[in-house]
Ligand binder design. Structure first.
Ligand code: LLP
Length: 412
């Protein structure tokens, strides 16, 4: 059964009616299905089983501590890209051995925190960062394991904002420069392998294979103690119900075939974010206004680009379901948020039944880069989050209040 489904014309998440959650906790509200989170982890582990990877969940997709702790209990490590994400992974119970630290602009303070925390691997993204880390590691008298994040100059077919593997991108080190860096002495660094992440929501594995070819050729020339290959994240999610993107198994098959041709065993790391969490979640919203705007009806709901930025930033599609299934006539509808920006639309051109004030809708597949990219724009407090577990549920982040909004301001 789908995570979000109708029973007697009412929309449910697993065994819980969404109306119950919206009435109890208010809207906008992010909800997550424990069942679906577990299933996603299980599907990924099963697909890649033969390669025995270390799976490091990409904390940037959603850093709620309860969700991080669930992933930790399911045996995952964490991919972090800031001191804050590192702090939260540790707060959730992660063992430093299971944390990999990437990020294109780490500060001295963040690098020191990583070294003090004894995390297992640091991905370095430039010649300058290698220099800085070598110096700081010397000062702290330690010798961290380092991966070179390589830029293979391969761009997958995905939204241009989430491509990271082309030459002009700020991410990673070009292969020729990596060859020069590899030949130098880094007294305080233990260079152990390579890392790639060529983009997010990659529809099919072909460019991943091309990128693997480039970086594994590089790795083959390295000394045998370079034995780690971090393939990054990027596995796709079905945002549109009618589309079936490549599965974990397709990616695993390609990776297994390519790694089988590598002359020595490698430790594989994966950094999935979206594919583990996006489809476990819905964003629940309440209609405030319904008005005719030209040829369309526009409904204005109580969360917009402040709550879910993806549609405004990437023209991202999120499927919309009304809380109550109605067989009646539908109308071409735009769904707008309350923010004073013309880009503040969550969906356009959808066919929805009659909608009036206090009716509710759910936007699906919102678990990744939803809450984590939410803001206070127009001084809206950020929403609450609830974790559904079969026939029970738990508040896992309370709704912010106006007092929260004021809590860090200082009037001199
Ligand atoms: N590893 C690295 C180094 C990354 O930069 C990312 C995502 C991931 C792993 C996880 O990628 P995933 O498996 O989630 O595709 N805000 C955008 C996505 C930005 C992705 C940034 N990096 C969105 O809402 O689509």
């Amino acid at each position: 059964m789908n995570t979000f489904h109708y029973i007697n014309k009412k929309l449910f998440c697993d065994q819980i009616p969404l109306e119950k959650l919206a009435s109890e906790f208010g809207t906008p509200l992010y909800i997550y299905s424990t069942k679906r989170l577990r299933e996603n982890v299980n599907r990924l582990q099963t697909a890649f089983d033969a390669l025995n990877p270390q799976i490091c969940y990409a904390v940037k997709a959603n850093d709620n501590l309860a969700l991080l702790q669930l992933f930790h209990k399911l045996g995952l490590g964490f991919d972090v890209v800031s001191g804050g994400e590192l702090h939260r992974a540790i707060q959730a119970g992660a063992n430093p051995e299971q944390i990999a630290f990437a990020g294109v602009g780490k500060t001295d303070a963040e690098l020191k925190l990583a070294l003090h925390s004894d995390i297992s691997k640091i991905s370095v993204e430039s010649a300058e960062e290698l220099d800085v880390l070598n110096r700081i590691a010397g000062e702290l008298n330690c010798r961290p394991s380092v991966l070179l994040r390589l830029n293979p100059n391969i761009a997958p077919k995905t939204h241009h904002h989430i491509v990271t593997g082309n030459a002009e991108s700020k991410f990673g080190i070009a292969i020729d420069l990596a060859r020069e860096l590899r030949a130098q002495n880094w007294d305080n660094l233990n260079l152990r392998g390579v890392h790639i992440h060529i983009g997010s929501q990659i529809p099919d594995p072909t460019p991943v294979l091309a990128a693997m070819d480039v970086v594994l050729d590089f790795l083959e020339e390295c000394p045998p103690n370079w034995d780690i290959f971090d393939l990054g994240g990027g596995f796709p999610v079905a945002y549109r119900p009618e589309l079936v993107p490549s599965s974990f198994a397709n990616f695993a098959q390609i990776a297994a075939n390519r790694l089988a041709r590598f002359p020595r065993p490698l430790k594989l790391i994966l950094e999935p974010g979206r594919s583990l969490i996006a489809d476990s979640s819905a964003l629940l919203l309440t209609v405030q206004i319904s008005k005719q705007t030209g040829t369309h009806r526009t409904i204005v709901v109580d969360g917009g680009m402040n709550t879910l930025l993806r549609p405004a930033l990437y023209d991202a599609y999120h499927h919309v379901l009304p809380f109550h299934e109605k067989n009646k006539k539908t109308y071409p509808t735009h769904i707008a948020g309350p923010i004073c920006e013309s880009a503040d639309y969550l969906a356009r051109d959808r066919h929805l039944p009659d909608m009036s004030r206090n009716d509710r809708i759910a936007l699906l597949t919102t678990g990744a880069y939803g809450y984590s990219m939410a803001s206070h724009y127009n001084a809206h407090p950020r929403p609450a989050e609830v974790l559904v577990d079969g026939d029970s549920y738990h508040l896992i982040r309370r709704r912010e209040t106006y007092t929260d909004l004021d809590s860090r301001d200082i009037i001199p």
